[in-house]
Structures are given as C-alpha cells and as structure tokens.
Design a protein around this ligand. Sequence first.
Ligand code: ZN
Length: 70
Amino acid sequence: MKLKKSRYKRTCKECKSTINKGDLYGQKTIALGSKKDGQNETYDGFAVTVHYMRIPVDVCKTCCEVKSCK
Ligand SMILES: [Zn+2]
C-alpha cells in the first residue's frame, strides 16, 4: 500500500493514534453494511442506513506495516 504525507491532523482508525501533519499515513478500504442490507449502523457517530458500501479510512504508518492493508 502506498503511504502518503498527511496534509492535516487525522486519526488512525486502527489504533486511534494521532497522525500529525507531515506524517506518513495510508488509506485502506473497509466494508460497511456487510450485515443485512438496510440495517442501521453507526460510524464515527453518524447513524447511517447502509447498503453494502466500501469507504476509505486513514491508518497510521505503523498499522500499515503491521497489518497487511491494501
Ligand atoms: Zn495506527
């Protein structure tokens, strides 16, 4: 996976650590709504009615190295 330089402060979705401006980070795609279609799910405090959906999330360099994120 390609690491990018962060242009602003963000949070790693894996370990919840802070990715500071200028740090390297990666993005991986996670699946939402793998359960029943139309079921409500909460993501980052937003309640959403999901149909199967894939969204990109930020992960820090460490998590990228430890886990095999694509
Ligand atoms: Zn992390």
